[in-house]
Design a protein around this ligand. Sequence first.
Ligand code: IFM
Length: 441
Amino acid sequence: MTSMKFPTNFLWGAASAAYQIEGAWNEDGKGESIWDRFSHTPDHISDKTTGDVACDHYHRYPEDIAIMRKIGLKAYRFSVAWSRIQPTGRGPVNLPGLDYYDRLTDALLAANIEPFITLHHWDYPQALFDQGGWVNRDNLAYFADYSAIIVKRLGDRIRRWTTFNEPGVIAWNGYANAEHAPGERDEKKARQVIHNLMVAHGLAVQAIRGVDPGLEVGIVLSEWGADPASDDPADIAAANRFWNITETAFLHPLFTGHYHPEMIEAAGADLPEIKSGDMALISQKLDFVGINSYSRHVISATKGRLEKIPGSEYTEMGWEVCAPAFRRMLVKINRDYHLPPIYITENGSAFVDVVTPDGKIHDERRLDYLRQHFLQIRLAMQDGVDIRGYFVWSLTDNFEWAHGFTKRFGLVRVDYDTQQRTIKDSGEWYSSVIATNSVEE
Ligand code: IFM
């Protein structure tokens, strides 16, 4: 068996997000977020659970960091819950909330694990939503104010900063199809939210650099490949159109300074209001970009996006396992947009896990998913894509948004009754990948 070696400084990590793991939803002065409100409202979450306790990471982070250390993680990506810092999304700082992230940061550094921070991973303060949320342009500057507060406190210890996680999901799932908080169904609003999030990103980049110009700043985008269903020119054209309208909706404005003409055409009368100066703000130079990717889209000219490809394997999320598409997508976005260094900020898979009588979780399918994707990343690097690190989604099983606790993505199993953590086989295997800095082919 041969193995593929990774560069010495490759940053192997795992990722998480505040609402999905922290719990402590109303402790130490934290304000309500739209996800608190959404999960507390009947019929929004498939298993009728909430993130009130989740993995209780807020209290158990020392134990979780000990697990990270055991696995050998070099970096840990986490997000900050805005309403812990400013309970209503603006105004005075809630010091106990800020202190929590300070302790978390110090504990990570003490374990020799680099903290990699996301300023906003969907848990928007409810009070700001009540004032119009991301649709209201007047609210955008609050995100920059909040960002500056965190940077002032943690910027001396955290080097890499990202503004938003997957802004497309905030806009479409939150404002257009009501699958996520805040549960709106208005496509026109969603299009304005897309633009406003980009403006808020630009303001936050300025705010972060205003505090410390030496920090590295980026954003995290969800990018899935878009493959044609066949070689038929009509399918190829449909896949290209899908790509230009959805998958590059953020890459295009961020890295070219304008929206893709096909996206503008698709928006029609729902085109968002764009003010003078917005596009320059949006397309400020970034130090890196975070890419989250799990699968690919397959597009047919006649049937649209195909749900099932015969012969393909699917995860519990209903997402096709297709690692070669990961490499193709990375090569394409890098070629088309001349990207700065890339971190794979999320990649992973949900499968049903079985605890065997020996107490172990032999999650071969997750392990194999990771192995295949690591190899494709390495090949993409050989193709010339500058990939500096990789974060498995996720360190632990956690609250998978509208699916509640029914989908398990973790390298580490969480028993939600006892909060007991068990490293799965995939976690043990990841540990050996990190230790040898290589993956067997
Ligand atoms: O759990 C989510 C995460 O919060 C954002 N990216 C996709 C993951 C899996 O659905």
